[in-house]
Design a protein around this ligand. Structure first.
Ligand SMILES: Cc1cc2nc3c(=O)[nH]c(=O)nc-3n(C[C@H](O)[C@H](O)[C@H](O)COP(=O)(O)OP(=O)(O)OC[C@H]3O[C@@H](n4cnc5c(N)ncnc54)[C@H](O)[C@@H]3O)c2cc1C
Length: 496
């Protein structure tokens, strides 16, 4: 029998939507009356840069969520309660104030979230209240896809195959979580009927999303999805070319839960089998699903191996000696600021700093360049991405960096090193993406934009480039850097 609570509280975190929300569904099922809260967590806000796009994204998305709650209830009194501070203090105090027997939320396997939730749970229990957690932001959580010997997978392809064998419509179906909102949403106490704070009111720079094509909130996610669906049949061929509109750009919405992973995975899974699509289009859908499975894969890696937050997935790789000192610092700054002299890397890094997004191919190229051309510890790049990416997600970011550094699970062999010039020739053949973000080299002929230092003096002069002045010489020579990296990683060679 489903338990029944007279009053409940739903605590929104990375699930800022009403539709297909697991915790909201269960809360509505189990409570006669439901309050809704979001906490601006000071322990997270405190670590963010002053001009953080994500704060604005959250504020705008919460404004939409609040409006959606009020219109679902049909009463302006029944919106979202927002608080700022530490959830460990706020949630138990609010639950007590509202007399909520249970707090509902969607679970989160990040180590800091687990510690926070454990503390909240203990405080609630000491008050005779419950914390109830539900799986929502991944299809299969930590122990749901295991090897035959019941251990976690550490290699992607067998994980993906097992994921595909296990998937059924049950796991992809939506929660009808909007059904009882009208009757069950409670009116907020008068003191809580405040508008959602703006980024400026939270002490952050306003206007960080101005000029970006980044639609926020539930409505923004719907617009991006509607824009992507007609492009899904071309995903496989277009996704690797940063100058093309190939991917979905939904990552930030998956990060904050303004779209449901079940809905996306269902679309991908059903499209793989569509009889009205040709084989190429069905394969494109399978490729997109595979990317969504990578997301689940890295979540379960983090859940089973939390040491990856600090250290290499493979302990032996912690022995690698990375470059340090003033020269390494100068190289790191050149990488962050997009002035390495390798136009594709610089274009990628400038895309990141100007928009908070970086194309997946470029994340691999830029990460590989930092680790394997500059010899800098992958954790420094990981931290820079964490600060800059709108879609920053600890599990995927850490997984991506450890993949690029070959220190992670399912690593590419460490001796396979991306060449930033050939990557550029292959994936931005006409230098169109480069021209967009590195205008200094845009007047060079397309074929020369990949490596301006190879252009003849006349070609450089005609393009208005003075190497070393208007655009840097390469900060390292790739072939020499490659040799250095092979030696650096060489300590890991098995002894013969
Ligand atoms: C060094 C590095 C760091 C990364 N950091 C992040 C991060 O912080 N947050 C993040 O969401 N992704 C990260 N990725 C994965 C990937 O680059 C982004 O998910 C993708 O570029 C987002 O764009 P999209 O939504 O248009 O992707 P699409 O191509 O449309 O893919 C759909 C979704 O699948 C998921 N996905 C795709 N590729 C991956 C992947 N390799 N690993 C995990 N999930 C994936 C994402 O949720 C994405 O939104 C990183 C990759 C690398 C190599």
């Amino acid at each position: 029998m489903t338990p029944s609570y007279p009053v409940g509280l739903i605590w929104f975190r990375r699930d800022l939507r009403l539709a297909d929300n697991a915790a909201l569904y269960h809360a509505l099922q189990q409570c006669e009356k439901l309050y809704c809260v979001f906490v601006f967590d000071d322990s997270i806000l405190g670590g963010l840069p002053q001009a953080d796009r994500r704060v604005e994204f959250i504020c705008q998305s919460l404004t939409e969520l609040d409006q959606a709650l009020r219109s679902a209830a049909g009463r302006p009194e029944a919106g979202l309660i927002t608080r700022r501070g530490l959830p460990q203090h706020i949630i138990p105090a609010l639950a007590q104030q509202l007399d909520a027997a249970a707090v509902f939320c969607n679970d989160d396997d990040e180590p800091s979230a687990l510690a926070r939730d454990a503390q909240v749970e203990r405080s609630l229990q000491s008050q005779g209240q419950l914390l109830l957690r539900f799986k929502d932001h991944r299809i299969f959580a930590r122990d749901e896809v295991l090897t035959q010997s019941l251990s976690p997978f550490s290699v992607f392809t067998p994980y993906k195959n097992a994921w595909l064998r296990k998937i059924t419509p049950f796991y992809l179906s939506s929660y009808p979580s909007e059904r009882d909102l009208r009757t069950k949403l409670a009116d907020r106490p008068e003191a809580e009927r405040r508008p959602i704070p703006t980024a400026a009111e939270l002490g952050f720079a306003p206007g960080t999303l101005n000029g970006l094509r980044l639609p926020t909130g539930i409505g923004g996610a719907r617009r991006l999805l509607a824009d992507f669906l007609p492009r899904l049949p071309q995903y496989k061929t277009a996704r690797d070319y940063p100058a093309l509109k190939g991917p979905s750009y939904l990552s930030v919405h998956l990060r904050f839960g303004t779209v449901s992973i079940r809905e996306l995975a269902r679309i991908a899974h059903e499209s793989m089998q569509r009889e009205d699509w040709d084989a190429q289009a069905r394969e494109a859908a399978a490729t997109w699903l595979s990317e969504l499975i990578w997301r689940d894969f890295y979540f379960q890696i983090l859940a089973h191996h939390p040491h990856v937050v600090e250290r290499s997935f493979k302990p032996a790789y912690d022995a690698i000696a990375w470059e340090t000192g003033p020269e390494a610092e100068a190289l790191f700054a050149a990488w962050c600021e997009g002035r390495t002299g390798y136009p594709l890397v610089d274009a990628a890094m400038r895309q990141l700093s100007s928009s908070g997004y970086m194309h997946n191919r470029l994340r691999m190229v830029a990460a590989s360049f930092l680790v394997k051309d500059l010899g800098i510890d992958w954790r420094r790049g990981e931290a820079w991405f964490a600060e800059q990416l709108n879609d920053f997600d600890l599990a995927a970011n850490n997984g991506g960096w450890q993949w690029a550094a070959s220190t992670g699970c399912d690593a590419q062999p460490w001796f396979r090193i991306f060449n930033p010039v050939t990557q550029s020739q292959k994936f931005d053949p006409e230098g169109r993406f480069i021209a967009r973000y590195v205008p200094e080299v845009a007047r060079l002929a397309p074929g020369l934009r990949h490596a301006p230092w190879l252009a003849r003096p006349l070609e450089l002069a005609e393009a208005g480039i003075s190497l070393g002045h208007s655009y840097p010489y390469p900060v390292v020579e790739h072939a020499a850097a490659r040799e250095k990296t092979l030696a650096r990683y060489g300590i890991l060679k098995p002894k013969s």
